[in-house]
Each structure stands twice: as C-alpha cells, then as structure tokens.
Design a protein around this ligand. Structure first.
Ligand code: UCC
Length: 553
C-alpha cells in the first residue's frame, strides 16, 4: 500500500496557547482570569470540534447575490454561507462584542473581549469583520453623544441575545478613494420634513447584510474636502425587510475573505439620520477606525496562529529524510522564528487592548491617551505584515501540500493579505502614526514609556535596552528629516512597533520566568530581537531614477 500522509489536526486553540494564557494570567485579576479561562476553553473547543471541520467542508461555498426574483422584481437578496448563518448565535453565546462593554469587568473588559476575538476569528470565516464594525459603531455612537441613537442601537450592537443582535456596516469607501475620503461624492439631502436621504455609490461595503450602517456623506451646500462631510446613521431595510432605496450592484470578486459579502451599493434616496453635526464626519467616524484597527490586529494574529498551529502539528507527523520535520534543525529554526514574531505581536496587541479598556473607563491620562492613539495604527500595520509574511512562510512549510487548495492552507494566505489593506494600508497608517508623533512631547512620552517597560524587565530589560535605544534614535533622526524623510515613514512606524513589541515581550518574559518558572517568553524575545527591530532604510534620499527605470537616461 502506498504511503498516505495524515493531515494536520487542529486542537483546541486555547488549551495549547501558553502565550495567551500566560499574558492574561499576568494582566487580569485572578478571578477574572479564571472566568476567561473557562469561557476561552469552551470557545476553543467549539473552534476545534465544530468550526474548523465546517470551514473545511464549506471551503468552496460563497455568499450569493440574487438581484431579481423570477418575475423581474428587484430583490437584491444575499444568501450567506451556512457557517455565517450560525454566527449570530455564536457571537451572543460568547459575547464577542458584549464583553467589551460589560461594566462588571471594569478596565479589563477589552482584554477579556480581545482574548476571545483572537480565539474566534480564524474559525469564523471573517464574520469578525462585521463584528469589528459593530463594536466600532457602538463606540462611535457612544462618543457622538447622540442619546437617541445610543438608546436605539447600542443595546442591539452589544446584545447577548442572537434574536436581538445587530451588526453594523461602515460605508466610507467610494470610487474616488478608500484611503483619501475627502473626495466622497455621496450627497445628503434634507427634505422639507427635516428628514435626510443619501444619494451616491458606496464602493466597498463589507458585510452588506448588516442591520445598520454608519456612512459618510456630504450635506448639500457643504464645501468640498474632508470637513464638508458628515456622519450618518442608516438602517438599510424597512420593517418588512425591504431595502430602502438601495441597489446592490454586485458582490466583490476578492482575492480572499470570500465568505464576507462585500458589496457595491447605490444609495438612491436612502433614509439616513444625522449622527452629530453637519460637518466633521471623518473625526466622528474615527472611533470606528480605531476600534476596527485593533480588531484587525487580533484577526491577523489569529490567522497567523491558526497557520502556525497547523504547521507545528504537521511537523510532528511528517517524516522526511528519516526524521520527523519537527526534529530537523533547519525546520526548527523556521518554527521558532514564526513563534517569536507571533508572540511579540500578540503582546503588543494585548497591551493596546489593555490601554483601550482603561481609556473606555476614562482612566488614562493625556500621555497614555496619546500612546494609545499612536499604538493603534502601529499595531495594526505591524501585525498585518507579520501575518502576511508569517503565513507565506507557513504555506512553504507544508511544501507542495501547502499549495493545494483542498488542504485549506492556501486560503489562509489569500485571507491574510487583506489585513494590510483594509482599515488603512501600511502607508496610510504610518502617516497617521507620524501625525500623532507631531504632538507636543510625543517622542519624550514614547521614550519614557519604553524605558519604563524595560525597567520592569530588570536585567533582561537591560540586555535589550541598547538595541531599542539605538533603533529609537535612528527613528527619531529619520523623523526629524521632515518631508525629506518621507521615505522613512514606514520604517519609523515599523521600528517603533518592533521596539515596543520587544520591550513588552521582555517585560512579560521577566515576569513569566519569575512567576511561572517559564523561560520561553525570554527565548522568544531573544529570537525576535535577532530578527532586528530597526527598519529604517540606510539610504536617506529617494533616487528618482528608480522611478523611471523604463525610460532611457
Ligand atoms: O476597509 C474598510 C472595510 C473593512 C472592514 C474592516 C474590518 C476590520 C476588522 C477585521 C476583522 C476580521 S473601510 C475603509 C477603510 N478606509 C480607511 O480605513 C481610511 C484610511 N484613511 C485614513 O485613515 C485617513 O487617515 C482618514 C480618512 C481617516 C483621514 O485622512 P485625512 O483626509 O488626511 O483627514 P485628517 O484631516 O487627517 O483627519 C480629519 C480629522 C482630524 O481631526 P481634526 O479635524 O480635529 O483635526 C483628525 O485628527 O479626523 C481626525 N482623525 C482621527 N482621530 C483622523 N484619523 C483619526 C484617528 N485614527 N483617530 C482619531
């Protein structure tokens, strides 16, 4: 009988996750950690026993858009995949949005929530996308101070009952731009009865089946550009379930995230409600962006972890050259390098979730609010790139099998690519981070916070300090070059992210060595440091000849 390879198996992603367990054991009060442990264990079992086999079985299923019924009536029905149809109950059961708003958890609510999001996302076929926007919409409505909408929508968005749970869309991107929304063409018109309607085309509306959406539109008479935009609330369907003057042109034919029904919509007089002022819509939608960017980070890490979990299992069962892959030093280095990147990224994201939880409770001083604002784009861009690079390596680790669709492995890479695109590309987020660094005392705050983290890491912190200090100096020098240093924008953001991740990993490693007798986090820190934290280009100027390589000199 010819040899047949046994496929990789997915065990409960929580039980084997010593990184998440150890981090939250340190970060959560004991009783709350015990509570998390029980819920996360249950969720992990559902992911391994139910969701993963369904994901493999449903691999080829996609949402389907039916524009017309048999008689030619426009219906724009979107049929979701079976796994998606079961997601509201999973969301309610595990409180994936709710935990973030549970006041009994105080400032730890976000840590608890994002720990669960990290476990759930790789198993939910991008259902986390509408959930991210749901969480962001709740946040934006609360911050808007619009009491009517808060009372009307937030209990649905944060519901723990699947029958009352809503998700929210975020309709920003138009054909004029996804990064630059200042050219938004959608108009908002106020009728004689004082009610608003929206007219325009939204080009990338993820989760087209949501019960509500927040959108940007330009009230008639407002100036062009960013400031003329306002934030509106919309319920796409009426009480009978009919779309309210909305036409679904088509679902997007995307590289990945294909279970997620991302649509192109025409708004032909859709009833909408003004959330706040008739201007400043970008500022008002920013809480959605910040919230979804953190979801994006945990989603990227969740996919990274899924791939690594499968690869590690496979390396334990695959024999080549007379030994299991996991026993081959060359492959061990690959696995260790991936583990170190994942571990550093997760500590960074958890730190941001911790800050967010405190921010929600109004417990952050101005310096920490600035750090939170800075670290959100940095964490999003760093973890997205870690996931894309890491999963590309993981695909290679499976050899030919990683390139075969029905193993489910190639889909991970296609899916991961979106993390560095949506909710702001690496460039846009780097620019956003640099905008924060222009604030008074921003660099000093950043430096002080890194020094404090290293100080908490004791002698291990001292070992990492020269590397971080040197990278930070180079980042600041590049930043001081101003517009001449635009080539360094990405490098600065990536360097700051890696410095921060290393400092956090060192701090946790020192704690874990002492409190848990576990020196693996410190090993991960050393390995992560060996990959380097300095991402500043050596070249200080842009040689424009490189942009005209097809033309004769
Ligand atoms: O990708 C999309 C759908 C995917 C679904 C996501 C799910 C993810 C979860 C995954 C789980 C599986 S939707 C669209 C994606 N597009 C973007 O993310 C937009 C990218 N562009 C930007 O981020 C830009 O920086 C803009 C559009 C936010 C702003 O750019 P501008 O035009 O240069 O505008 P300004 O002047 O910089 O910002 C206007 C105001 C300023 O405040 P004021 O007026 O007081 O000076 C900014 O300080 O907005 C403020 N602001 C912010 N405030 C801008 N960004 C932020 C921010 N992040 N936080 C707080």
């Amino acid at each position: 009988m010819a040899f047949t390879q046994s496929p990789p198996q997915l065990a409960n992603p929580y039980l084997g996750d010593r990184v998440l367990q150890s981090a939250l054991r340190r970060m959560l009060p004991h009783g709350l950690f015990e509570h998390f442990h029980a819920e996360a264990n249950e969720l992990g079992q559902v992911v391994a026993d139910e969701l993963y086999p369904r994901q493999l079985r449903e691999r080829l299923l996609e949402p389907r858009h039916t524009p017309f019924d048999a008689w030619g009536h426009r219906i724009d029905e979107i049929e979701l995949t079976p796994l998606w149809q079961s997601m509201p109950s999973l969301t309610a059961r595990f409180g994936l949005v709710w935990h973030g708003y549970d006041s009994t958890k105080g400032a730890h609510a976000r840590l608890f929530q994002f720990g669960m999001v990290y476990l759930a996302t790789a198993g939910n076929d991008f259902w986390s996308c509408p959930l991210a926007m749901t969480d962001g919409a709740a946040r934006a409505l609360i911050e808007s101070g619009n009491e009517r909408l808060v009372r009307h929508a937030v209990p649905h968005l944060t519901s723990r009952d699947a029958t009352t749970l809503w998700t929210s869309g975020q309709w920003m991107t138009e054909t004029t731009g996804g990064s630059d929304v200042s050219g938004t063409e959608t108009r908002a018109v106020r009728g004689e009865d004082g009610r608003w309607s929206a007219w325009g085309r939204k080009w990338f509306t993820s989760a087209a089946t949501s019960e509500m959406a927040l959108l940007l539109a330009r009230p008639e008479g407002n100036p062009s550009g960013n400031d003329g935009l306002a934030l509106f609330y919309c319920e796409p369907r009426d009480a009978d379930g009919r779309l309210q003057n909305i036409v679904v042109d088509r679902l997007k034919d995307k590289l990945g995230s294909r279970k997620l029904p991302t649509a192109e919509l025409q708004l032909n007089g859709t009833p909408v409600e003004l959330v706040g002022a008739e201007r400043g819509g970008v500022r008002m939608i920013a809480p959605v962006l910040n919230q979804t960017r953190l979801w994006n980070a945990f989603a990227a890490l969740s996919y990274f972890r899924r791939g690594l979990q499968l690869l590690r299992d496979y390396a334990g069962r695959r024999r080549v050259f007379g030994r299991r892959l996991i026993e081959q030093p060359i492959h061990q280095h690959v696995l260790a390098g991936l583990q170190a990147e994942l571990e550093a990224g997760l500590h960074l994201a958890l730190h941001v979730a911790e800050l967010l939880g405190k921010s929600d409770q109004g417990a952050l001083d101005e310096r920490h609010r600035m750090l939170l604002r800075l670290l959100i784009p940095i964490t999003k861009l760093l973890t997205a790139r870690q996931a894309v690079a890491g999963i590309s390596e993981i695909v290679e680790g499976f050899g030919g099998a990683g390139y075969i669709e029905d193993t489910g492995i190639p889909g991970l890479l296609r899916d991961a690519q979106v993390f560095s695109i949506w909710e702001g590309t690496t460039d846009v987020l780097s620019l956003d981070a640099l905008r924060v660094l222009r604030g008074d005392g921003a660099w000093a705050t950043l430096q002080a916070s890194l020094i404090s983290l290293l100080g908490q890491a004791g002698s291990d912190g001292e070992a990492g300090a020269p590397l971080i200090r040197h990278a930070l100096e180079r980042a600041q020098q590049a930043w001081l070059m101003g517009s001449a240093g635009e080539a360094h924008t990405r490098g600065i953001a990536l360097t700051l992210g890696r410095c921060y991740a290393l400092a956090l990993l060192l701090r946790h490693g020192a704690w874990s060595a002492l409190a848990e007798g576990d020196r693996r986090p410190l090993a991960a820190a050393r390995r992560f440091a060996a990959h380097g934290v300095d991402r500043i280009l050596g070249d200080e100027t842009l040689d424009s000849r490189l942009l005209a390589t097809d033309e004769p000199e």
